[in-house]
Write a protein that binds this ligand. Sequence first.
Ligand code: SF4
Length: 413
Amino acid sequence: MGWSPEGVNRLLERFASSPLAPIVRKVVGRERLSPGDGLVLFATRDLHGLFALANFDRERRHGNVGYFNVNRYLNPTNLCWVDCGLCAWARKPGVSGGYTMAVEEAVAEAASGWHDGITELHIVGGLHPTLPYSYYIDLLSALRERFQGVHLKAWTMVELDWIARVGKKTIPETIAELKAAGMDSCPGGGAEIFEKRVRDVICANKITGEEWLAIARECHRQGVKTNVTMLYGSVETAADRIDHLVRIREMQDETKGFLGFIPLAFHPEGTQFANLRAAGGLEDLRVIAVSRLMLDNLDHVKAYWVQIGEKLAEIALQTGADDLVGTVTEETITHAAGAKTEAGLSRLQMEKLIRDAGREPFERDAFYERVVRDEKGRVLQANRHDFTASSSAAPSVGLPAHPSEIDAAIASS
Ligand code: SF4
C-alpha cells in the first residue's frame, strides 16, 4: 500500500551513506528491529531521516488514511488512594475537588455534552477506596442498556486489579463478569514505564509493570482487546523506553490483543514533578516515530492530540502516527496537568485536522471499520451494530444522534 518500488529505492538511496542504513534495510525488508536499533533511533540526530522512515512504514500499512473516532470520556470518580507522583487529576477523599457520580449520574453525564453521535465511551477513573464491586457492574450494565451499539471501553489494567480486590475475586473472574456486564474493551492507561526503577519514582503504589502485562494477557485471553500506552518525559531513559516497547511487542506476539499504542507525553504541571520540563515537540515526534518502527506487530500508533497539541498531532500523521485517537468530548485528566488544548473537538474539526495533514480522514469504529452516517450525521452503522434497527426498536435515550434529540429523549424518558 502506498509505496512504489521506485519510491522504496529512492528511500534506500537517501540513506546509502547514513549510519541508519542497516536499520533502513531492515525496515524495508520487514525485519524486526533489535533493542540496539531502537537506541540508535532514539539517539540519531537525523530526525528528518527518522521521520521519513517511520512515515514509510506508516504509509505501507495504512496508505494515506488518518483514523479517528467520535468518542466521549467518562470519569465516574476522581477519588483515588494511590497517590501517584505523576498525577495532577486525582483527589484524596475529603480533599476539595473530589467527586463520585452515582450510577444514574454517570449515565446522565455520558448522555450530555456530545458534539456528534458518539460511537465509543472511554471510561476511566480513580481507585476509589470504598465503592463496592457492584458499582462497576451496575455502571456498565446501565450504560450498556442506555447506549446500545456504543462501544464501552472501560477500566485500565490498574483499575481491573483494584476492582478484583474490592470484589475479593480473581482477575479472570472479574474480567469475565465485567465483560458480561458490557465491557467491550479496555483503555491502555497505567502502563506508564514498565521498569520498576521508574515506577518507584513516578507511581510507587501502582501495580508493577509485570502485573499490568499479566492482566492485559488475561483480558486478551478472554477476547477483550486493550490499548497500551507509554508515559514518556518523566525520569525514564531511552533504554527504559525501548524495554517498554519490547515488552509490548513480546506480549503482542503472544496474544495479538493490543488494538493500538498511544505514547503519552508527561505533563508535569500540578504533579509532584512540576520542576521537570515537559518533552519538546521534536521529542514527541521522535517517540512516535521510534514506536512505529519498533512495534512491527501493532497496527496502530496514535498521536494523542489532547496532549501534544493539534498542530503537532497533524505533523505526527506524517512521522509515523496513523490515528488521532478521538474527538474526546470532556477530557479532564490531561487538562488537570496543564494541557492547553480544547476539551474536545467536533467530528468536522477532526476531519479538517486530518485533511490539513494531507491525509484522508477515516472515521473508524472500535473494529477500525468505517462508521456509516446519514447526511445529518446520524450514525447508521458502527461497531457492527445497526443503529437504524435499534432506532425502531428503542427510539429513546442512548442512540448516537444529535444532542438536541438526546436531550429531548432524556426529558421524555
Ligand atoms: S494516575 Fe491513576 S492510580 Fe495514580 S493517582 Fe492518578 S488516578 Fe490514581
